[in-house]
Design a binder for this molecule. Structure first.
Ligand SMILES: [Zn+2]
Length: 486
């Protein structure tokens, strides 16, 4: 055979072989564990505890209108009544008036403690939708196998299930080797600056760092990714950062009968159009650990693509960019949110401004995003100002090969059965962010099994949690406190 012909045949064959071998050896799913024999727990009592907590209207409206002192103190009183052993045996620290930290010392002070987080506040209910709630949103009614109301999913369920788990273990004389802390901030829905941030500073001042931290976040979900069938458990190993930039253009004012070639509005519009046309760069490799961990739960074609990003990176990017959710998982997003210019229909406004909101992918920084924005706009007439109040970098990415992650993953399977467990980057912000300086292992996972309809109830209408889910939460925390407490 002519060397050239041989080469032309051998090359594509070798390429196909490499691609297939990489795909077949790509996945590293955790070994699936069967669910444990269910622990005997009292789901109805857990439901009543959650119901009591929901009835305290700890609504965070805005940073200038946080949850009222009365509502938070009422919640504290409710918790004292419903969890007597926790309040007798653990030390309660109250931080910045309303945030709660429960300290459960470990038998081995040489071991770093672990931290379980949640928040006491909830988002408001839109008055206009009140008549569409099947049960009043602050009734905490237990009906049809559910506890109903604001906070039953986000995230008073976590507050009461964590306390129920501690109560259960205390009643059985359990003493962890590692100290266990429970920390419940009181303003997560409006930034966490008065709550979690102060609590984190309090821990830092004491010199307390953590082996691992668990906060609310992702869950066991259905149909979360195209082509992936059945439930999967997603653990938030990182969260995106936040940056708002104000673009401002100031020109001479003038009459609209004799407009110059460019006005403040047209210059600004051009800048915004350029930002839209040239999004921040995609990082499809961010999704690789996810598909690696999912293993056979992900379709072979997807594994083929992600095992061979060197060849199919462009294809993967196109696929992921097709939906806003998956696009947001692979890049820093660009969203113009406020536009201000003009007062009168026949006057050219002197200035025009816009606010553009960016959610930063881990790996990008506020500085790198600002630099790219400048390069993209390439117009010195557009001034760019950072709205510092709200800016924050993306979190570090917590490892998936830590003991804490492995134990978390095992506990998910012991509770929910052999579901694939995979890491993911949270698109929104959580209180856990404030703890990243105190632990390398910060994970965001709420042990509930949700379908896509349930997800719309979070911050939405008819928020509710099934007693079955609540029972599983309680089992999960009992198991994890023992596993992480070792
Ligand atoms: Zn929440």
């Amino acid at each position: 055979m002519q060397p050239l012909i041989f080469f032309l045949i051998a090359l594509p064959v070798a390429l196909v072989l490499v691609v297939l071998i990489r795909a077949l050896t790509f996945s590293r799913p955790a070994p699936a564990l069967p669910a444990d024999e269910p622990l005997k727990i009292d789901s109805l009592a857990a439901a009543q505890h959650l119901s009591h907590a929901v009835q305290c209207q700890t609504i965070s409206w805005s940073e200038s209108q946080p949850a009222s002192a009365e509502s938070l103190l009422q919640l504290h009183q409710t918790l004292r009544q419903d969890f007597p052993l926790v309040h007798q045996q653990l030390t309660l620290h109250t931080i910045n008036q309303f945030s709660l930290v429960y300290e459960w010392p470990g038998s081995d002070p040489a071991l770093k403690p672990v931290l379980f987080m949640a928040h006491q506040d909830v988002v408001p209910v839109d008055e206009a939708t009140l008549d569409r709630w099947e049960q009043p949103p602050f009734s905490g009614r237990i009906a049809d196998g559910f506890v109903w109301g604001r906070g039953t999913l986000d995230v008073k369920n976590q507050v009461t299930a964590l306390l129920d788990a501690a109560e259960h273990l205390l009643a059985r004389g359990y003493c962890p080797a590692r100290g266990i802390f429970l920390a419940f901030g009181h303003d997560e829905e409006i930034s966490g600056r008065q709550g979690a941030q102060q609590v984190s500073a309090w821990f830092a001042a004491r010199g307390t760092t953590f082996e691992a931290v668990l906060d609310e976040g992702l869950a066991v979900v259905e149909n979360a990714l195209p082509g992936v069938k059945g439930p999967i458990a997603l653990i938030g190993a990182a969260e995106k950062g936040y940056l708002s930039l104000k673009l401002d253009v100031t020109t001479d004012a003038g009459h609209s009968s004799t407009p110059p070639a460019e006005t403040s509005i047209s210059i600004l519009a051009h800048a915004l159009a350029r930002l839209q046309r040239h999004p921040q760069p995609a990082h499809v490799e961010m999704m690789k650990p996810l598909f690696q961990a999912l293993g056979p739960a992900a379709p072979f074609t997807l594994r083929l693509v992600f095992a061979n990003l060197w060849l199919f990176g462009g294809l993967a990017r196109k696929q992921l960019d097709a939906s806003p959710q998956s696009s947001a998982a692979i890049r820093t997003t660009t969203a113009p949110t406020i536009l201000t210019a003009g007062m009168k229909d026949n006057v050219l406004p002197r200035s025009a401004s816009a606010v553009v909101n960016f959610r930063l992918l881990p790996g990008d920084t506020t500085q790198s995003v600002i630099q790219r924005v400048r390069q993209t706009i390439r117009d010195p007439r557009v001034s760019i100002e950072t709205l510092h109040e709200s800016a924050r970098e993306a979190s570090p990415i917590s490892p998936t090969d830590s003991t804490a992650y492995q134990r978390l993953s095992e506990t998910i399977q012991r509770t929910f059965g052999p579901v694939p467990v995979a890491p993911f980057t949270m698109l929104g912000a959580s209180d856990a962010y404030h703890y990243t300086p105190l632990s390398a292992n910060v994970y965001r996972f709420c042990p509930v099994h949700l379908d896509s309809k349930d997800l719309s109830r979070v911050h939405g209408l008819n928020e509710r949690i099934s007693l079955k889910n609540l029972g599983n939460m309680l089992r999960f925390y009992i198991l994890l406190m023992q596993s992480w407490g070792k």
